[in-house]
Design a protein around this ligand. Structure first.
Ligand SMILES: [Zn+2]
Length: 213
């Protein structure tokens, strides 16, 4: 089964209320020695990691240890318009445009951050859909950006072509803030997290069961 991470971010406030500098942020030790201010349970690192991985969505990384990615230069409707994919992806490719050179560099920077954290290496491929993760701009309705996660336990299904693909809405100006810490760069890093299988740290009471927001 494919899983969709659909991010709207429309109501996200980047700075917690009352926090005016990083030193005001509270860091809660994972050993539970300090109760959380809101009374919620404090998870260990292992519990937190298991939560982020709770859907079991992973790439079946081969012995070469690679996850491949590409920047689509053409509307992938040849891949996506197959009737067997259509019910899943809807109009995800509406308004397709290729990533700009600046977006490609930003995505490479975000991938490098993840590459430092995980065992597999990201390798760029040229070509149309010939990679695990394909980046593209589309007009994805209200969403700023979205991504499909890989399959449960690295399996394959009928949506194999679209798993791991990342969509950015080029009509949202914030998405072009591509400096480190900028909205667009942060959104790319976030979506790549979904593209390698991570969920949000909370379970959204979503409208559709396959979506995270
Ligand atoms: Zn997300």
């Amino acid at each position: 089964m494919g899983r969709i991470a659909l991010d709207s971010f429309n109501n996200v406030t980047m700075t917690p209320t009352g926090v005016t500098s990083p030193s005001d942020l509270q860091y809660i030790p994972a050993d539970g020695s300090i109760p959380s201010p809101n009374g919620k349970p404090v998870w260990s690192l292992a519990q937190a990691a298991a939560n982020l991985n709770r859907t079991g969505a992973i790439w079946n990384v081969g012995p070469n240890g690679q996850i491949t990615y590409t920047f689509l230069d053409k509307d992938p409707s040849g891949l996506y318009n197959s009737p067997k994919y259509k019910d899943v992806i809807g109009d995800y490719t509406a308004g397709f445009t290729p990533f700009t050179e600046e977006q490609r560099d930003a995505a490479r920077n975000s991938l490098a951050l993840w590459d430092d954290l995980i065992a597999p290496h990201f390798v760029e491929k040229n070509g149309r859909g010939a990679a695990d993760i394909s980046f593209m701009n589309t007009n994805t309705g209200p969403a700023q950006a979205s991504a499909f996660t890989p399959f449960y336990r690295g399996g394959h299904g009928k949506e194999a072509k679209i798993q791991g693909d990342v969509y950015v809405n080029q009509d949202q100006p914030d998405n072009m803030d591509l400096f480190y810490g900028g909205y667009g760069q942060t959104a790319l890093t976030h979506e790549i997290g979904h593209a390698i299988g991570l969920s949000h740290s909370f379970q959204h009471s979503g409208i559709r069961s396959l979506e995270f927001t």
